[in-house]
Structures are given as C-alpha cells and as structure tokens.
Design a protein around this ligand. Structure first.
Ligand code: ZN
Length: 293
C-alpha cells in the first residue's frame, strides 16, 4: 500500500485532523541509515511526526524541523519536513539497540532519554525562523509532540505515532495522526474523542491489518460530519547537491579549507540525510578556496 497523508476536519471545523501512513518512507530511511530495530522505531516515530507536522505548513516553501534529544544513547534525532510531503532525517547513533521491555515493546524512551528538549523550528520565509521548545515529557515521541502543541502552541492535541516490524526487521506498518481541538470546540467533544481513541486498537495494528488511514480516521469521526479536504503522498527525499556542498565548503573560509587541502588527497563528503557521496579533488578544493573569504 502506498504511503498517504490526509487533512480533514470534523464538527464544522472544531476538530482538525491530519493522518498519515509512512511504512514505505520509513523502510527507505532504514535502508539509508542502516538502523537497528530500536533506532528504526524511534526514527519512524519522528519521521511520522514530521510528516504530520509538515502537513500543517501553509506555504510551499515553508520548512519544519523537529528535533528530540534527551541525553539517551541514540544521541538525538532530527527530521526536516516540507509542505509537499517530503521528509528527511538524521539519527545520532543508528546502532543503538536496547532490550525490549517486559511487555515486548521497543524501548524508545530508553534510547531517546528523558533529560532534554523537543525543539520545533519553522522556517516560514520570514527574517527569523519560529522556534518552540518544550522539555521532553515521556521520550516516546507522540506524547512529546502532543505536549508541545498543548503548551507551546496552546492547541490541545492528541498525537499517535507508531511502528510495527516484520521478521526481516523491516517496518510492516508505520503511521499515525494528530487530532487538534480548535479553541471554540465543545470540551465534551474532546472527552468523546479521547474515549474513542482509548477504545480502539493501536493505529499501527490497524495499518498492519490492511486498514487505510482514511478508514481509521473515518472510524473515529464517522458521526461527526467528517470532511477530508485533501490528500497527498509523503516520501523520503533529500535535496542535497554538489552545488550546496560547494557553498558549505566555501563558507568554511580560506584557512579551514587550506587545512583540509594540506594532505593533497581527494576529499569525500557524505550527506548525513541520504548517504550520497561527493568527491572533491585537491584542484577542485583550491578553486573553492579562491572563492572563500
Ligand atoms: Zn542528501
């Protein structure tokens, strides 16, 4: 099944809903970053949260970065989301592997840690980006993003993000949703939605059983005048290029570049988001040095 994002409202706009399935894009990220199951699970939750949050961006050029770093052995995860559904991410330590908890679940909060911050950076094309930050609440990602929206943006939100794996340690199901109550929403409505969320199986279980995100959202809001406004396809993708790497190298300055060139060997520079490799010969590095300050 293809990955999918939907944007919807219920109860005349009093409830805003974004849902996504992200199984394929997570498997792409697992191939690139060669993550262990613990790291894959944490990364999958962050990528899904990024896709959902990115879907709330209003303009094509807006960019959202979501970072979590709780001092745990995974050494932080950063994802960058674009308005068109594109997402990319970096995991500090893709090799972290923790034993499962007694109930068999993957110890995501153990990998992320709880002593640190969840940071949201929105580049909306203004002079300065918007930066919001909250303390890590549980380190399980979903609750942390909900806590961020509720406190930092004063929008009560329910967030579910999850991943399930098959025997080959590929994701068999990944996805989730963000449900937000608008300020004029009836408080009883929030209670009713909360009750339904608690009664239903986990989102990933439903995705794993072949349910589409449309069906999952429709199940929750079937009698609440649900309107699906638009949909799209999230995907893992990087926008790195040789030109961008050159610009970054030039910005290092003449002195730093001359240090790098000193060994007279080819320099290989890898992109941390997608694994692409760019090779610069000493002659090419010298040309860049001429452009540097
Ligand atoms: Zn790249």
């Amino acid at each position: 099944m293809e990955d999918r994002i939907i944007r919807a409202t219920a109860k005349d706009g009093a409830i805003r809903i974004i849902g996504a399935t992200t199984t394929n894009l997570l498997n792409e990220a697992i191939r690139i970053h060669k993550t262990t199951p613990t790291a894959s699970c944490a990364m999958g939750r962050m990528l899904t949260a990024g896709v959902l949050m990115g879907a709330m961006l209003k303009n094509d050029k807006d960019v959202l970065t979501l970072k979590i770093d709780g001092g745990g052995p995974i050494k932080g995860i950063t994802v960058t989301a674009y308005a068109d559904g594109r997402i990319k991410g970096i995991v500090g330590n893709p090799n972290v592997q923790l034993p499962p908890r007694q109930n068999g679940t993957i110890d995501v909060s153990g990998a992320i840690g709880k002593n640190g911050m969840l940071t949201v950076i929105k580049d909306l094309g203004l002079k300065n980006p918007y930066v919001g930050q909250v303390k890590i609440y549980t380190g399980e990602v979903g609750e942390d993003v909900a806590y961020y929206y509720t406190t930092s943006e004063q929008t009560p939100s329910a967030v579910a993000v999850g991943v399930m794996f098959n025997k080959d340690l590929e994701a068999s199901a990944a996805g989730g949703f963000i449900i937000q109550m608008m300020p004029d929403a009836d408080p009883l409505l929030a209670d009713l939605v909360q009750y339904r969320l608690e009664e239903m199986p986990s989102t990933t279980e439903m995705i794993n059983n072949g349910k589409t995100i449309d069906e999952i959202i429709s199940n929750i809001f079937e009698d609440m005048d649900l309107k699906i406004h638009d949909d799209g396809k999230p995907y893992y993708g990087c926008d790195c290029s040789r030109e961008k790497i050159e610009t970054a190298l030039i910005s290092l300055g003449k002195k730093e570049l001359s240090n790098i060139i000193a060994d007279r060997k080819d320099e290989e520079i890898g992109c941390s988001f997608c694994g692409s490799r760019y090779i610069f010969t000493p002659e090419e590095m010298e040309q860049l040095m001429e452009k540097a300050k």
